[in-house]
Write a protein that binds this ligand. Structure first.
Ligand code: ATP
Ligand code: LTN
Length: 335
């Protein structure tokens, strides 16, 4: 048993490439945390199907998501990187948690309210409604102490804490109570064409989204045509200069230079020069990740083997928790 605190997080395989916001907002942090934590990263395909997915695409996106995480530095030998549907304990515990979750409580989840309002009642499923209890099961099966997520997932982690506490007080101490870990500074990378909305895999237009698997020439072109204001002064001011401030954040994280030193270096030398340098930095970061991803994808059997081994490791922990849960609630043991 490792004495490091356990960490759990999940990523939906909802597109055929990650975007650089996922890298800056999630992967960079996960890479740092994987040394000091017993880290488990789950590709949550059962969550992805709470909105309609094409079956062929879903299978492909699941592999591609795994490959990109590995290529970007998540080490499947040091951390556990696995596919949710490979461990049946997830939906099994989710069902149990459904039976202790209030209908009103689940109805208050803002992600559900937003997504169901966008889709309309007719295409909103019971699966989407139960999304948060599946997420709670993900976390609680592993007795995770730390859950690094974006700000939008804070409410789901709160619900997870409530459910764990409720179960513990009704049936005896069973689950660790997890804590959300939300990174402030890089919590939001914005769309390059619409620098007031979050860069997202499901953005309406492609032009403002830099994909990890874009070809270097495409990446450079997107950076150079990013929307900026007219005054040509490279200065960090998210309120009145959202475009250039977003580019400064990206530069700063990827090059490991402070925003102040970038302002001093580029200040009044104009946007063109700054964007050209930034394009080089972005390409230098992602071209090797892209190449490594393509190499990993060229051998899907090996990738599947790594994911299977990791799923076995995950299942061992998850099944132990699930067995305790079944026992505590009084399900009859199979002879
Ligand atoms: P979708 O559009 O399918 O909801 P997404 O691109 O917004 O996807 P998720 O798969 O929901 O991303 O999130 C994966 C991780 O990446 C989360 O931890 C999330 O907080 C982080 N993340 C996503 N977009 C950004 C962004 N623009 N800036 C910073 N972090 C981000
Ligand atoms: N809902 C999360 C993905 C997710 C997750 C988890 C995150 C599913 N299960 C468990 C942390 C812990 C999202 O980012 N959309």
């Amino acid at each position: 048993m490792s004495s490091k605190p356990r960490l759990f997080s999940g990523i939906q395989p909802s597109a055929n490439s990650l975007q650089i916001g996922n890298y800056i907002g999630a992967i960079v942090q996960w890479k740092e945390l994987q040394a000091s934590h017993d880290a488990i990263f789950c590709i949550v395909d059962l969550h992805a199907i709470t909105v309609q997915q094409d079956p062929t695409q879903l299978r492909e996106n699941t592999r591609r998501t795994a490959a990109q995480y590995i290529a970007a530095g998540i080490d499947p030998a040091a951390s556990t990187l696995f596919v949710q549907s490979h461990v049946p304990a997830h939906p099994e515990l989710a069902w149990i948690l459904n039976t202790i979750t209030g209908f009103g409580e689940a109805s208050r989840m803002t992600q559900f309210k937003d997504k169901s309002a966008r889709q309309g009642a007719d295409s909103t499923t019971v699966g989407l409604f139960a999304y948060p209890t599946l997420m709670a099961a993900d976390i609680l099966l592993y007795q995770a102490a730390v859950v690094p997520v974006g700000d939008d997932q804070r409410q789901h982690v709160e619900l997870t804490r409530d459910l764990a506490g409720r179960f513990n007080s009704r049936f005896g101490d069973t689950f660790a109570i997890p804590e959300a870990r939300i990174q402030r500074e890089t919590a939001r990378i914005y769309d390059l064409q619409e620098p007031t909305s979050k860069m997202s895999k499901s953005a309406s237009s492609e032009a403002g989204v830099v994909w990890l698997l874009d070809e270097p020439t495409v990446t450079a072109k997107k950076i150079k045509s990013a929307v900026t204001d007219a005054d040509n002064d490279v200065r960090f001011d998210p309120e009145s200069k959202p475009g250039i401030s977003n580019l400064l954040t990206i530069y700063s994280v990827l090059a490991g230079e402070s925003i102040a030193s970038l302002e001093a270096e580029f200040g009044s030398r104009g946007y063109g020069n700054f964007k050209t340098k930034l394009a080089d930095v972005v390409v230098a970061t992602f071209a090797p990740i892209r190449e490594r991803t393509l190499e990993l994808l060229a051998d899907p059997a090996e990738l599947d083997r790594v994911l299977a081994g990791n799923a076995d490791r995950a299942a061992e922990i998850a099944n132990r928790t699930l067995a305790t849960v079944y026992d505590r609630i009084g399900l009859l043991h199979k002879a």
